[in-house]
Design a protein around this ligand. Structure first.
Ligand SMILES: [Fe+2]
Ligand SMILES: [Fe+2]
Length: 149
């Protein structure tokens, strides 16, 4: 998957903080790293099949960074995990904050990261890339949870 995504987002894939996502579990036994790579590939496939005309670099970069919160959200006592029971509500904002520190993000990329948990975020996605990532994330997450069971 990395080879497929590299032409769109080498800067993200090579960043040392992004590599740390391999150490954190997202769902079941799937790391955040593998989860976001799955979401990025799924987002590309949705864009291709539905002929949506997304900006593919922004689509892949935002998909890779949508869960860039950089802690294990299952560890409720971890100091970085400031909202252990409300991770679903707070992690898009934390991911956007971390991603802004490490990368120069476009408004579209930030929108997709901040709103990927819609409808929890109340405000709906503003761009087609954000809608595609929201759909891809829900689909991939459901598969990961079901496979784990
Ligand atoms: Fe998320
Ligand atoms: Fe996700």
């Amino acid at each position: 998957m990395e080879a497929l995504l590299r032409p769109y987002a080498a800067e993200v894939l090579d960043h040392p903080n992004f590599r740390r996502t391999k150490d954190f579990i997202q769902h079941s036994n799937v790391s955040v790293y593998h989860h976001v790579l799955h979401v990025a590939c799924c987002a590309l496939e949705i864009d291709r099949r539905l002929h949506l005309g997304c900006d593919r670099c922004q689509l892949v970069r935002a998909a890779l960074l949508h869960d860039y919160f950089l802690y294990d959200w299952h560890e409720h006592d971890a100091p970085e995990n400031k909202h252990p029971r409300l991770h679903g509500f707070y992690h898009p904002g934390i991911a956007a904050h971390n991603a802004e520190k490490d990368f120069n993000l476009t408004e579209r990329e930030l929108d997709a990261i901040r709103k990927h948990m819609w409808p929890l975020t109340i405000l709906p996605p503003s761009h087609r890339e954000s809608w595609v990532i929201t759909m891809a994330d829900k689909y991939v997450s459901a598969l990961e949870v079901l496979k784990g069971r």
